[in-house]
Design a protein around this ligand. Structure first.
Ligand code: 4AD
Ligand code: MG
Length: 477
């Protein structure tokens, strides 16, 4: 007897063969038909069990969620809905799942309910599909970079630097919170701490990636990233995964080309390799959207939307052009934006990004050349002295999915900026060394992995595309 995953079995269809499968009961009907799923695919395998031929205890043990091993002959299915099924000759119960207490029943559960049961939600169709797509996307990302000459670099997770300068860091410390050592000024004395200095979980691997790009040429990081921002939105996590390519000798144009090619490539990979899951997720989304007012429904179905990204050029627009468009837009004039756009220099909120992408251009947009004072210290200053070589990729339904820039490679300009922002130059001595020794034009960007998974799966809330979301007031599991 051969043991198969359900995915293999449904692909090979070895009719007449005696086979063994393991899985969890999805549904059990008419005291005869078990739909079994083992996570290998969105599709279930129908197992037909003539319970009168088995120990009478068996029937009582089979219910949704129970783990079974089923042996039997694979036959063409008599019923509709599946091509093959197993005529069971043996059923072994690995473990039962009491229907009185097992929370995942064969009915529609809300996503909110399932967040409370995050340890079990991967057994639902929606979450298993999302997590398979997530896994494939991660592979596609490595595949893309490995095939295009990049080296994978592991940036440290514990660091002393605040790469983004936004101060949204989780402290890493072994000091006694109740009784920390104090210095003469009455401040906590971090020289007594584990690392002998203040440290935090990384908000970005970029600064370290830059050091490696200036030796290996083309590198990328792909790791967990932590931000202690108190944002309770459908697009923010306190712990998320970020992909940060960094390339020596690339200017902003080359950086934008890379971002666009990279994004198209990984979405193309998912279209090719996750068809069954995408079809399921597309139907799920259509169902979900039925309950929304017409004007809030997306114009394209999921797969069409993904193909649209692969087949169309992203629109490249300067921040200054975008501000003009926004200032003259209907929602701005009718005071429909929560943050009205009056002046050049305003930071763009998600509502503005989405207006540009969804209403104005109706395609992904790359905004570039932002005002220096709304962007991070490391971005290269333009000749105008007021904008920097920054770029954000904006996506429909998501807003900002990528943030990146050409880096300031001129030592004095960077030092000047650091001074203006009151950053301690001593902390960045190694970063400044890059500008002292063999400096060169270089660029990179960060892709928020979960935002990409959201886009690829059509899930509206970022909490539903990572196994265990960490958000303010929430670190269960
Ligand atoms: O725009 P951000 O802050 O850029 C950086 O961190 C740069 N160091 C990247 C670089 O140039 N190497 O973040 C990059 C992306 C955002 O566009 C967004 O997709 C995602 O990371 N992101 C988040 N995703 C989930 N939750 C959060 N709290 C996020 N903050 C940023
Ligand atoms: Mg950003």
């Amino acid at each position: 007897m051969s043991s198969y995953s359900i995915k293999e079995l449904l692909q090979k269809q070895p009719i007449g063969e005696n086979v063994v499968v393991n899985g969890w009961v999805k549904t059990f009907r008419s005291n005869r038909f078990i739909a079994l799923n083992d996570g290998s695919t969105i599709h279930n395998l129908q197992c037909v069990v003539d319970f009168e031929n088995f120990d009478e205890d068996l029937l009582k043990q089979v219910s949704t969620g129970a783990a079974l091993k089923v042996s039997g002959t694979l036959v063409e299915s008599q019923g509709r809905g599946q091509s093959v099924e197993i005529q069971a000759t043996d059923v072994f119960v690995h473990g039962t799942a009491d229907p009185e207490t097992y929370p995942i029943q064969p009915k529609k559960h809300s996503l909110e309910f399932l967040r409370e049961k995050a340890h079990l939600r991967v057994r639902t169709n929606t979450f298993s599909a999302v997590m398979r797509v997530r896994s494939k996307l991660a592979f596609a990302i490595h595949d893309y970079f490995q095939k295009t000459g990049f080296y994978y670099m592991h940036a440290p997770i514990i660091t002393g630097s605040d790469a983004e300068g936004a101060g949204e860091m989780f402290r890493v410390s072994t000091l006694d919170l109740k009784n920390p050592t104090m210095d003469d000024n009455g401040e906590v004395d971090y020289s007594e701490d584990f690392f002998g200095k203040e440290t935090n979980l990384t908000v970005s691997g970029q600064l370290e990636a830059e050091t490696y790009a200036m030796g290996l040429g083309k590198v990328y990081t792909f790791g967990p990233t932590f931000r202690a921002e108190n944002s309770n939105t459908s697009r923010h996590l306190a712990e998320f995964w970020m992909i940060e390519p960094e390339v020596a000798f690339y200017d902003l144009d080359a950086n934008m080309d890379l971002a666009e090619d990279f994004i198209k490539s990984i979405i193309g990979y998912v279209l090719e390799n996750c068809q069954d899951d995408l079809e399921f997720l597309e139907k799920r989304l259509l169902d979900e959207e039925k309950s929304k007012p017409q004007n809030e429904r997306s114009e394209m179905a999921l797969i069409e939307k993904l193909k649209f990204i692969v087949d169309n050029n992203f629109k490249r627009v300067t921040y200054t052009e975008a501000i003009d468009i926004l200032r003259n837009s209907k929602p701005n004039k009718k005071k429909k934006f929560q943050f009205p756009i009056d002046e050049w220099g305003a930071d763009l909120q998600s509502e503005h990004e989405r207006y540009l992408v969804e209403k104005h251009f109706k395609c992904p947009v790359i905004l570039f050349d932002y005002p220096a004072n709304i962007k991070a210290f490391y971005m290269r200053l333009n000749e105008d002295g007021k904008t920097v070589r920054a770029m954000d990729v904006l996506f429909p339904g998501i807003g900002e999915i990528v943030g990146g820039s050409q880096r300031e490679e001129r030592l004095e300009v960077l030092q000047q900026k650091i001074k203006e922002l009151d950053i301690d130059e001593k902390e960045l001595w190694w970063y400044l060394d890059l500008r002292r020794f063999g400096t060169a034009v270089h660029s990179g960007f960060g892709l928020g992995f979960e935002r990409m998974v959201q886009f690829a799966t059509g899930m509206g809330n970022i909490r539903d595309v990572i196994p265990y979301p960490r958000t303010p007031q929430n670190a269960e599991f």
